[in-house]
Design a protein around this ligand. Sequence first.
Ligand code: SF4
Ligand code: SF4
Length: 186
Amino acid sequence: MPDTPDWQNSTFLKEVERRSGTPVSACFQCHKCSTGCPIGPDSDLLSSQVMRMIHLGQENSVLESQAIWLCASCEACTTRCPMQIDIAAVMDSLRMMAVEAKVDLPNARGEQFNRSFLQSVRRNGRVFELGMMVAYKLRSRDFFTDAEKTGQMLAKGKLSLLPKKSGSAKEVADVFRRAGEEEKKR
Ligand code: SF4
Ligand code: SF4
């Protein structure tokens, strides 16, 4: 889509701002977010490029990108942005939009990992690494990558064999329940 003078009325931009609760339109392309992003060198898009493409209404390109699934939600970008744009929240919103739109994901494993992680946190109130890895392997059908490291970590006692529930498991489950209710309202 061309860069038009009325880009601030882009439907995609408005929807991303509504979902993330942050002013993406305030981005002035200083690139401070991208220079602090740990996945930038391995990603198909930098975070500042994602912001600009949202301005331009390039919905398909953004939702089909690897960048939104490689994002580690570390919030380095959010803390660096001089316009107080919560870029990590934008990435979260974009992932949800991609799932809802049933986009053909370039990196389905990112989405599978995400689901396995959230499932583990929902059940235990925190991540149970071994259970999450098993769930991810079953989803991705990738049984052998890192298998050797898993054995080494188990041997060194770095991974628990059984889940330990967080003392805040009920509160965390409540967060998931409320998030599910909010999703249904959309
Ligand atoms: S939250 Fe995502 S986009 Fe932002 S710096 Fe971290 S990995 Fe990069
Ligand atoms: S740091 Fe903020 S203003 Fe600068 S490019 Fe990134 S999102 Fe835009």
